[in-house]
Design a binder for this molecule. Structure first.
Ligand SMILES: Nc1nc2c(ncn2[C@@H]2O[C@H](COP(=O)(O)OP(=O)(O)OP(=O)(O)O)[C@@H](O)[C@H]2O)c(=O)[nH]1
Ligand SMILES: [Mg+2]
Length: 214
């Protein structure tokens, strides 16, 4: 049922010429701050709509509304993930006339969101340096289904004794074809490379076939 609806969402979005990213991570890894950072850098260049999911509050939508008026907050109540039906309803509320990119910020959770296709074209998984290098091994589903992995909060790496080699090795084992970007959403370090990579998909979605994991 979810898969059928997800396909419908994908068809709807493609018909509108919109590329869609589903962003997944543990709570607090920096999804919203990274979205804010990218929207600031893309201002005047790429028009973005955002759907953001949390169990409760409008906090993330309020933050993102500083950068785009096309933002929908979904409150899931007790549900630990977004599903394709929630997205279908939200799509009706967005004015896609000038939008090229839709970013869906999933509920912060390393397990549930992995199993639900929303109709996205690309999955981006975040791993903050504060979470520990072993998360890709412990929660392989999330990283395996992501074509892009962002190691975030790199500005904190030395304060928490983060082992870059070990983290990259673990991501590589779990998600061998994913592109990895090391970013600080706070300082902006590394965000330009990530943005350029995503811009490539917006212009040439066919590039995607190259980096799906087996
Ligand atoms: N130092 C540092 N702090 C960051 C960075 N990215 C995010 N933060 C901080 O981490 C906290 C959580 O960031 P959010 O962007 O709200 O994280 P989130 O993944 O959207 O969280 P949920 O929506 O609750 O799952 C905030 O205090 C951010 O300012 C970063 O790169 N460096
Ligand atoms: Mg958030």
């Amino acid at each position: 049922m979810n898969d059928r609806l997800a396909e419908r969402n994908r068809g709807f979005l493609h018909a509108k010429g919109v590329f869609t990213i589903n962003m997944l991570s543990a709570p607090g890894s920096g999804k919203t701050l990274l979205i804010e950072r990218m929207l600031a850098n893309w201002r005047g260049k790429i028009n973005v709509a955002v759907i953001t999911g949390d169990l409760a509050t409008e906090n993330d939508a309020k933050r993102i509304r500083m950068f785009t008026d096309q933002v929908i907050q979904i409150n899931t109540g007790n549900a630990c993930h977004l599903d394709a039906e929630m997205i279908a309803k939200s799509l009706q509320k967005i004015d896609f006339s000038r939008v090229q990119l839709l970013i869906i910020e999933n509920v912060g959770n390393l397990v549930c969101p992995t199993m639900f296709d929303l109709g996205e074209d690309l999955r981006v998984a975040l791993l903050a340096v504060t979470e520990g290098e072993d998360k890709p091994l412990k929660y392989p589903g999330l990283f395996r289904t992501a074509q892009v992995v962002v190691v975030n909060k790199t500005d904190l790496a030395e304060h928490v004794g983060f082992s870059r080699d070990s983290a990259l090795d673990n991501i590589g084992k779990t998600s061998p074809k994913a592109r990895i970007f090391e970013v600080s959403a706070k300082t902006g370090q590394g965000a330009d490379l990530l943005e350029k990579h995503l811009e490539g998909f917006i212009r040439f979605p066919a590039n995607l076939d190259d980096n799906r994991n087996p």
